[in-house]
Design a protein around this ligand. Structure first.
Ligand code: SAM
Length: 375
């Protein structure tokens, strides 16, 4: 099939309803993968003209925390069926898929999960990915194992790290992670990461009303002048288990107002198009913060992120319901050209813009869990 004919077959897929769209996409991707030459060349753009720049890779669906807004204990208890080892992508499979994405224009790879530092020998995967060339190789962690692992991660080729920390108040933090984990150990992890050269460290704080909004200003004050960048994240309706309600969202505007009242701020331009966090700096020059307003100010229009689940499904939206099974292609011995064609076919028909159309009803839909798709 030549590239033009192939492109023509894509258009109807986006017009179909969910179930038949799934089948049509499967057929389309399979047809693309069956081509022995590249079916599409030039810049890879989706149906809304967005390129693919970031690949987030979930390396495990397990976590040593049970954050109430992400993996609530009632759902992710002792009986929860986490993926068996054979279902996980191997390091070789992950690296192969990542290489295909880099070939399509991805410049940033982020390892996530679940808790990525729980994946055994993660340093070896980092070494393999670091050889893919000029990519920004980062990782998001809850920091529990970071003090022990920071140096090894850096030596393996990790560029930077993002650490999640929802409060500096020990009681609040222990209640939010729901495994009684203390703040001090996460702070030690952040220090170790900085000492190992994984800086500036980004610190992610999810803000949930009635839970930790009193921690916003202390968090900003603590990291002001440290060189690290706190990013305040609006609580999102990811997955289907966290019981999200719009009333629980503390808006980015409210967060900025609270900090600005005590530590004056001014806005800063984005570093690049598609940057998730809106940037603010302290007027006294002592650093910056970010706010991620995916609920109140959707940024779908320049979303350049693809997500690879722990078992190799490709999702083109954090709020997706279906992923395309790239692992099946890999395990059927698809060539690199076939894989590249499949990825191109999936990306070209992508038209997601969930955050722009979110309602209380969509929030209740059965979306995949963040621990599986990768945060
Ligand atoms: N275990 C790692 C960690 O804690 O950073 C990586 C995975 S975690 C799912 C990635 C990020 O997603 C964390 O910063 C977490 O706080 C954030 N997150 C999880 N659920 C969220 C939600 N409902 N709304 C906003 N952010 C969320």
């Amino acid at each position: 099939m030549d590239a033009n004919r192939f492109m023509a077959t894509i258009i109807p897929v986006t017009d179909l309803r969910a179930a038949s769209r799934r089948e049509a996409l499967e057929r389309l991707v399979r047809a693309a993968a069956a081509e022995s030459a590249h079916v599409a060349t030039g810049e890879l753009l989706d149906a809304r003209g967005r390129p693919v720049r970031d690949l987030r890779i979930s390396v495990t669906d397990r976590c040593n925390f049970r954050c109430v807004y992400c993996m609530p204990k009632e759902i992710f208890g002792a009986e929860h069926p986490f993926l068996p080892r054979s279902e996980l992508l191997t390091f070789e499979e992950i690296t192969r898929i990542a290489r295909v994405f880099v070939g399509h224009g991805v410049t940033k790879l982020r390892l996530t999960g679940g808790e990525p530092l729980l994946r055994r020998n993660i340093e070896r995967l980092i070494e393999m990915l670091a050889k893919l060339g000029d990519v920004d190789l980062t990782l998001t962690t809850n920091g529990a194992l970071l003090a022990k692992k920071a140096r090894g991660l850096r030596d393996a080729g990790l560029t930077r790290v993002t650490v999640s920390l929802d409060s500096l108040d020990d009681a609040t933090f222990r209640a939010m992670n729901d495994v009684d984990f203390p703040v001090a150990k996460v702070l030690a992890g952040i220090d170790a990461a900085a000492a190992a050269g994984l800086d500036p460290v980004k610190v992610n704080m999810v803000v949930k009303r009635g839970t930790n909004e009193a921690s916003i200003v202390p968090m900003a004050r603590h990291f002001k002048g440290s060189g690290h960048i706190v990013r305040f994240i609006e609580y999102m309706d990811v997955g289907a288990t966290n019981g999200w309600r719009m009333d629980d969202v503390v808006s980015a505007a409210e967060i900025v107002r609270a900090i600005d009242a005590e530590l004056p701020l001014e806005s800063v331009d984005a570093n690049y198009s598609g940057e998730v966090a809106e940037r603010w700096r302290y007027r006294d020059g002592s650093g910056e913060i970010g706010v991620i307003a995916s609920v109140t100010q959707a940024f779908c229009s320049d979303c350049t992120r693809a997500r690879l689940s722990t078992d190799g499904k490709l999702y083109t939206c954090l709020f997706g319901t279906d992923g395309f099974d790239l692992r099946a292609l890999v395990r059927e011995s698809a060539s690199d050209v076939a894989l590249g064609n499949a990825v191109a076919a999936i990306w070209r028909q992508r038209s997601d813009r969930y955050s722009e159309i979110r309602t209380a009803e969509t929030a209740r839909a059965s979306k995949v869990e963040m621990s599986y798709i990768g945060g």
